[in-house]
Design a protein around this ligand. Structure first.
Ligand SMILES: C[S@@+](CC[C@H](N)C(=O)[O-])C[C@H]1O[C@@H](n2cnc3c(N)ncnc32)[C@H](O)[C@@H]1O
Length: 313
């Protein structure tokens, strides 16, 4: 089936199908600088679709997140991770978003598939929507594992979204000089060479991201809420894209749900391919992006419903 879909020649495409099948059908030369993957977390839940803007469930299943064992989950993910890795550019990265239930198994799985050296770090995302877990420590974060399977990593370290303000006390103590333009700075000499650090540039952002609240994507009256369960906030994806892609980069979300990654990619001038096997996801993402979802290898009965008129506000 390789090479039988256009893969978004005009800048973006959405597919309804299993990502394994769709990836095999993309043009052979299509390579992505970023693949963001937010798969089922094995929560043993049937996620229901909700009405527009996250109000009451209407009894429709969006997707099944039920796996009898970790091995069953890994058996689904293994060939898909390999297929995604094979579609990355020389400096492309794969960001795998999970929580405490599976992230450690996923780390071992990805190390085995891509090599330990391909692991380039992780981001701890704090959604700010309460704690998970029973008796024992409560878990208030999720984890994004970052792999660069082909050796190089596109990383925009200087981008403003990867900087944060210096601590107040550090600003007072260390940034005592002011240059001709009125900018506060400190100077440090390392091995005989002087380096100047400006207060307004800030320091490298920590790997704990607690300023992209999940509520923005899950609150009924929020602009970006689609009602799709487990929708991620655009601010989180914005930072991921600023870090690991450039304008014009190709971005892949092989399990795109409501299309958050794709909406952000388009807004930031990136090109995208989004895939989801759920008919509800295909319909929601299609409405969100105002592009049709091309059906690949699933029954015609599952065809997404016609687009409804755009929402106001
Ligand atoms: C956690 S949700 C993604 C949510 C998304 N990040 C958002 O912001 O809306 C996981 C998605 O993976 C999809 N999925 C699961 N297995 C898949 C497969 N083999 N191919 C494509 N999509 C799949 C599900 O239908 C579900 O929409």
């Amino acid at each position: 089936m390789g090479g039988s879909v256009s893969g978004g020649r005009r800048g973006g495409a959405l597919y309804h199908g299993d990502c394994l099948e769709v990836l095999a059908a993309l043009p052979p030369r299509r390579r992505f600088d970023l693949a963001y993957l937010d798969p089922p977390f094995a929560t043993q839940t049937l996620f229901g679709a909700r009405q527009e803007r996250g109000e009451r469930s209407r009894g429709e299943t969006a997707y099944r997140d039920v796996f009898p064992s970790v091995d069953a989950w890994a058996a689904v993910m293994r060939p898909r991770l390999v297929a995604i890795g094979a579609r990355l550019s020389a400096q492309g990265s794969l960001w795998l978003h999970l929580d405490h239930r599976l992230v450690h198994d996923a780390k071992c799985l990805c190390d085995a598939l891509f090599g330990r050296a391909a692991f380039r770090g992780e981001v701890i995302w704090v959604p700010g929507n309460g704690a998970r877990g029973g008796h024992g420590p409560r878990v208030t974060h999720q984890t994004l594992l970052i792999y660069a399977p082909h050796g190089d990593l596109l990383w925009n370290a200087a981008h403003a979204s990867l900087r944060e303000p210096y601590a107040e006390i550090s600003q007072q103590r260390h940034f005592r000089h002011v240059d001709a333009d009125g900018r506060r700075y400190r100077e440090r000499v390392v091995r005989g060479k002087a380096y100047r650090y400006f207060a307004d540039v800030g320091r490298v952002r920590s790997s704990v991201w607690d300023d992209c609240p999940a509520m923005r994507a899950n609150t009924p009256r929020s602009r970006e809420t689609t009602g799709y369960p487990t929708q991620k906030p655009e601010a989180l994806l914005e930072r991921v894209l600023h870090a690991a892609t450039n304008e014009g980069s190709w971005v892949l979300d092989p399990m795109c749900g409501s299309g958050t990654t794709l909406a952000v990619a388009r807004r930031l001038g990136r090109r995208f391919v989004g895939i989801d096997s759920s008919p509800v996801a295909a319909r929601v993402a299609s409405e969100r992006l105002s592009i049709p979802a091309e059906i690949i290898g699933v029954t015609r009965r599952a065809r997404p419903r016609a687009r409804r008129p755009p929402r106001s506000g």
